[in-house]
Design a binder for this molecule. Structure first.
Ligand SMILES: [Fe+2]
Length: 401
């Protein structure tokens, strides 16, 4: 009779706790896969999430190959890798039929079976898949929402053996828990998505008035996120900047059009009016309980302050300027210099970087400027994608007209 040892029981309990406390889908799935593999002693495993008629890799781990990839990792290509669900693959079969598949040896599946095993991964990685256990994850209505696939079960002697009935029962009860958590987590993500979507649209409102484009907003967010990673922010905090930085100019909605959209040079009085947009922005965003809006408020208020104390509206100096404000200050200027605006053409990158470097310790916080230099490759690739390529596309469309 098989039984769980104390450590395995503890792991199982831990899974329950982490499932109920983890709201981030990517982290949750990575965690689920790790724990279930440990309890059952499976060498490898993959967790797929069903999206329409496709399966998406959410997490994949293999002890022998020493790989552990999940959507948790930033920029991981697995994040968006999907494949159409087909009964011909093992995971696809489990997804379509909702049945559990327990395979003794993936290389000895009878030709009469509707499913088969694709050996290309094994060949490429010099791996040998033997025993496989595929368990569909079902929601409360019994609909398949994902598939948990485990590979190569080790016995105590370190030999690969087939997964047992006991494993099936264990994984099945566990999979239903995971499915509930997955459904809840997807709901939370949906809610977060629509929240971020609303916030981004709010930022676009201000930009419309200012005749900039929605792309400026996107770039600001991406640059700020890149810099915050470089400066050691957590994934969550960096993501917060991705959505908060675009709100920097929200206060421009309160500036009269006659001033904001005036062509040519502004008078000193008009400049004073424009320079009230940080306070207006802070006012719009004040009193929120949301961390995102709180951060947006700080950015709106401080993105025109300069490291040397000559900015506005408070003329605060150095580290008195909140770090998020110093990040937004730099990314705002970088974007203004490197793109064309109604009052200027885009400068070439050499000129942009020359100006940026000369402002280190003047306009810009030296630490943030160093992070900018270190992350320059990533910044330039965002610039290429969200400016150069986007502009070329717009021009093409104009020519077509
Ligand atoms: Fe501004």
């Amino acid at each position: 009779m098989e039984h769980l040892n104390t450590q395995a029981l503890r792991d199982l309990l831990e899974v329950g706790v982490s499932l109920s406390s983890e709201t981030r889908l990517d982290r949750l799935l990575d965690n689920v896969l790790e724990k279930v593999r440990k309890i059952i002693d499976a060498d490898a495993g993959t967790l797929y999430v069903k999206e329409g008629n496709k399966l998406r890799f959410a997490a994949s781990q293999n002890d022998t190959l020493q790989t552990r990839v999940s959507a948790v990792e930033r920029g991981n290509p697995l994040l968006n890798m999907t494949f159409p669900i087909s009964k011909k693959s093992l995971s696809g079969y489990a997804a379509v039929t909702g049945e559990i598949l327990r395979i003794r040896d993936a290389y000895e599946i009878k030709k009469s079976e509707p499913y088969g095993f694709d050996r290309s991964f094994d060949k490429k990685n010099n791996y040998r898949t033997r025993s496989v256990l595929c368990v569909p994850l079902k929601d409360r209505e019994g609909q398949v929402i994902g598939v948990l696939q485990l590979i190569n079960n080790y016995n105590k002697q370190g030999k690969v053996v087939p997964f047992s009935e006991f494993h099936v029962e264990l994984v099945r009860s566990f999979a239903s828990q995971a499915a509930v958590a997955l459904t809840n987590s997807q709901l939370t993500e949906d809610l977060l998505d629509s929240y971020y979507d609303t916030v981004s649209r709010l930022a676009v409102v201000a930009e419309y008035k200012d005749k900039s484009t929605a792309m400026h907003i996107k770039r600001m967010g991406m640059y700020a996120q890149t810099l915050s990673y470089q400066l050691g922010f957590s994934q969550e905090d960096a993501e917060c900047l991705l959505y908060a930085a675009p709100m920097h100019d929200i206060g421009k909605v309160g500036i009269p059009d006659a001033v904001l959209m005036k062509p040519g040079k502004l008078t000193a009085a008009e400049r004073k009016v424009i320079e009230t947009h940080p306070q207006i922005g802070a006012k719009i965003l004040e009193g929120s309980k949301s961390e995102l809006i709180k951060t947006s408020r700080v950015i709106a208020m401080t993105h025109h302050e300069k490291w040397n104390g000559t900015g506005y509206p408070q003329q605060i100096k150095g580290k008195k300027i909140p770090l998020v404000g110093r990040i937004a200050a730099l990314t705002d200027v970088f974007d203004a210099l490197s793109t064309s605006r109604c009052y200027k053409n885009a400068f070439d990158m050499e000129r942009v970087l020359g100006i940026m470097r000369s402002e280190k310790g003047q306009h810009f916080c030296p630490t943030v400027m160093e992070a900018f230099e270190s992350a320059l490759d990533e910044i330039l690739s965002t610039y290429d994608r969200l400016y150069l390529k986007a502009e070329a596309k717009t021009k093409k469309l104009k020519i077509k007209k």
